[in-house]
Design a protein around this ligand. Structure first.
Ligand code: SF4
Length: 461
């Protein structure tokens, strides 16, 4: 821990300090930022626009390209925006903070807090301490061996969908991935703490919970685990009254056991969709990625899922242009996409992450070739998505309404929600009512590029 202090007499805290949080990256980061905001509010902070906040937190992600440059640009942008208030406290949090550490202090004097993902639970008190000591800087970069529970945030009514962390870190060390180095080794959160947070979120208005972790099927299989297996956790959460739907992300194909597959048939609240990262359809490339499964093993898992729940639909992640990938490997990925009939996918070109093993692979793929392969993957996905959406027309499904649609038709009000597959569905409803959190049955009438349109079929509940 880096600690530097010149002030002997701390300043009193402003009566109502203000904060602003900028979030990059995945759902775990989004969920961490939501908690941090609520925790700061429990400490009497209030939210303010970026240029006016006393404290600005940048919650960073290093999974996508050029994360370091993005964070540095953001630090300089904040410096420009806060010229009238040079004492603004800037905290850099998350994966890029873990990676770059105290180097971040050198960009501007405003950066006085650098905290890795494992330090999140300590932030509300640390931020108060830094506001009281304006010449102090702190870096919190140690990894913990257990999942640190976070203090409760300010209890405000929440939306109908919410996230719940069930673990932190990852033990897999895929050769392209920075996560085990930035989020540390896997630490499962005790089942009782997870159930408590689920109950609280349901009491505050959530009807759908998404369980988050880097490798959820390995839940409980680390030293910090309390012996509960992932499928047991799912069953326990499904028993909570008031909850309508459960989702989770991300599973790892190599750790998805028989019980996890069976849960799709046994737990009606478990949504019939699964984000199952493929990364590549080529066994040779999967081996170089260190993924721990072959093309055949992945297809067998998909067969088992579809036998267990014929209505299940899959989404995935794909990396193209991994070092050494050739045309046949790409073809293997494209045929696997068709075999699994993914209804959506996130695909991107491989790029080096400093410190990962794949950086040392010498057979890197030319950028132009990577881009043309990415286009092929995305074109294939567009065809699969359209086919899937088109087949939904005429079906009846259930929607959990979230908010008004961004585009409003003339003369009526359109609301949007998600069906059990996570697809956005728009439908017209009578005006002057707040439908947030309501559910209803609808008939799908049409489809757009990534969404569905529907008509009300049942009354709301
Ligand atoms: S499973 Fe692999 S890709 Fe996923 S977080 Fe762990 S190391 Fe990264």
């Amino acid at each position: 821990m880096y600690k530097k202090s010149f002030n002997l007499k701390p300043n009193p805290l402003p009566t109502m300090p203000t904060y602003h949080i900028l979030t990059f990256g995945c759902q775990m980061n989004v969920n961490d930022s939501i908690w941090l905001g609520q925790a700061l509010e429990a400490h009497n902070f209030s939210q303010a626009p970026l240029a006016e906040a006393d404290v600005i937190c940048i919650n960073t992600c290093s999974v996508r390209e050029k994360p370091e440059q993005k964070v540095i640009n953001t630090i300089y942008r904040i410096k420009q925006l806060t010229l009238a208030n040079p004492k603004t406290l800037v905290g850099v949090l998350g994966c890029v903070a873990q990676q770059l550490g105290e180097k971040l202090f050198h960009y501007t004097n405003q950066v006085r807090l650098v905290a890795g993902p494992d330090a999140l639970a300590m932030l509300p008190k640390t931020i108060e301490q830094l506001l009281e000591n304006p010449s102090q800087r702190l870096s919190l970069l140690d990894f913990t061996s257990t999942y640190l529970e976070r203090e409760p945030g300010k209890a405000t009514k929440i939306g109908p969908t919410a996230y719940v962390n069930i673990m932190q870190g990852c033990d897999n060390f895929c050769t392209y991935c920075i996560v085990p180095y930035t989020r540390g080794r896997q630490k499962s959160r005790p089942k009782d703490a997870i159930l408590k947070e689920c109950r609280e979120k349901i009491a505050l208005g959530a009807r759908e919970l998404t369980l988050l972790g880097q490798n959820v099927n390995a839940y409980g299989q680390d030293k910090a685990g309390d012996g509960t297996r992932f499928a047991q956790l799912l069953h326990a959460i499904a028993d909570l009254p008031g909850l309508e739907r459960i989702r989770y992300t991300s599973p790892h194909p190599k750790d998805m056991g028989v019980e996890d597959v069976a849960a799709f048939a046994k737990i009606p609240k478990l949504c019939p969709c699964l984000h199952l990262p493929l990364q590549s359809g080529s066994t040779r490339i999967l081996k170089r990625m260190g993924r721990g499964y072959t093309r055949e093993e992945y297809s067998k898992l998909v067969d088992d899922l579809k036998t267990t729940l014929p209505a299940i639909s899959l989404t995935t992640d794909i990396i193209v242009g991994f070092p050494g990938e050739d045309d046949q490997d790409l073809l293997d990925t494209l045929t696997m996409m068709e075999y699994c009939a993914y209804h959506a996918s996130f695909s991107f070109c491989y790029s080096d992450r400093p410190g990962c093993r794949a950086v040392n692979f010498l057979d890197k793929i030319d950028r132009a070739v990577q881009h043309s392969r990415l286009e092929e993957v995305q074109h294939t996905q567009d065809i699969l998505t359209t086919k899937w959406l088109k087949a939904r027309v005429g079906q009846t499904t259930t929607i959990l309404l979230e908010e008004k649609s961004p585009r409003q038709p003339e003369g009526s009000v359109s609301w949007q929600g998600r069906d059990p597959y996570g697809t956005i569905v728009h439908l017209n409803l009578p005006a002057n009512e707040d439908y947030r959190g309501k559910m209803l049955e609808v008939t799908i009438t049409d489809f757009g590029k990534h969404c569905l349109h529907a008509q009300q079929k049942s009354s709301l509940w």
